[in-house]
Design a protein around this ligand. Structure first.
Ligand SMILES: NC(=O)c1ccc[n+]([C@@H]2O[C@H](COP(=O)([O-])OP(=O)(O)OC[C@H]3O[C@@H](n4cnc5c(N)ncnc54)[C@H](OP(=O)(O)O)[C@@H]3O)[C@@H](O)[C@H]2O)c1
Length: 233
């Protein structure tokens, strides 16, 4: 991987940071776009640019000339009843989850096409494939991500592969309010067939695989990493 360039949008915390650690360990060059340096502070070998994907222009100068893989990690979990969700809240979630990904991918496309073969990774949620109360806004946005994944996989093949991971509850800064009380978090874990909630490693391990050449014959997939929640009764 020493000659490969990866871009992790939202690589300063959570699942994105887990991906950065794995790619660095494999000897790749990593560029991160996020609002803050977060957990990257003091880490060698990462080029960080401070970017807010909802507010800033994203142009090709932010990326390496040739991009072997790009992951788009920013996302939201705004859980409210449908009645309590104002259209503006749907719009805000859509801006971060979907428009941010579109802006990033359009700017990165020349670099992705320049590599011999390249890979894009996006994130959905288990709440798209399985209806869950209070999830209307995030499910609407992430449903768009699943459609975007399959459309781009078709449009960009065979040069660029495009895949998506749909996690269930995973212990990251985004979900920290669900893990604040250890007892409640453990009780939530019991709802899963595999009897626990997810870790960054659970998700980043599949993410790193999908970004790598080991997944060279995988595209257009939305893969659940969810302790069995979506598939096992
Ligand atoms: N954690 C879960 O339980 C869970 C469940 C289902 C789906 N997912 C999805 O999995 C993906 C990764 O989630 P995560 O839990 O790792 O999230 P996270 O802990 O919130 O990390 C998100 C990353 O994105 C960056 N980011 C957020 N807003 C940004 C913005 N406006 N501009 C640029 N960067 C921004 C953050 O860095 P800065 O703050 O420095 O900008 C951070 O590095 C998300 O798409 C999420 O929806 C997560």
């Amino acid at each position: 991987m020493s000659d490969k360039n990866f871009v992790i949008v939202g690589g300063s915390h959570g699942i994105g940071f887990g991906l950065v650690q794995r790619l660095l360990a494999d000897g790749a060059s990593v560029t991160v776009l996020s609002r803050t340096e977060g957990q990257l502070a003091g880490l060698d070998g990462v080029k960080h640019s401070a970017v807010d994907v909802t507010a800033d222009e994203i142009n090709g100068d932010l990326f390496p000339e040739s991009i072997d893989g790009l992951a788009y990690c920013p996302g939201s979990i705004n859980l409210r009843s449908f009645r309590g969700l104002k259209p503006e809240m749907f719009r805000e979630d859509f801006e971060l989850n979907v428009i941010g990904a579109i802006k990033t991918l359009q700017a990165a496309l020349p670099g992705l096409k320049k590599a011999e073969s390249s890979s894009v990774l996006m994130f959905s949620t288990v709440a798209v494939g399985q209806g869950m109360s209070m999830h209307a806004s995030v499910a609407a946005s992430k449903g768009a991500i699943e459609g975007l994944t399959r459309s781009l996989a078709a449009e960009l093949a065979p040069k660029v592969r495009v895949n998506c991971i749909a996690p269930a509850l995973t212990n990251t800064p985004l979900a920290e309010r669900f893990f604040a009380n250890e007892e409640k978090a453990a009780a939530m874990g019991q709802m899963y067939p595999l009897k626990r909630t997810g870790t960054v490693d659970d998700i980043a391990s599949l993410g790193a695989f999908l970004l790598s050449d080991q997944a060279a014959w995988v595209t257009g997939q939305v893969m659940g990493v969810d302790g069995g929640l979506s598939a096992v009764g």
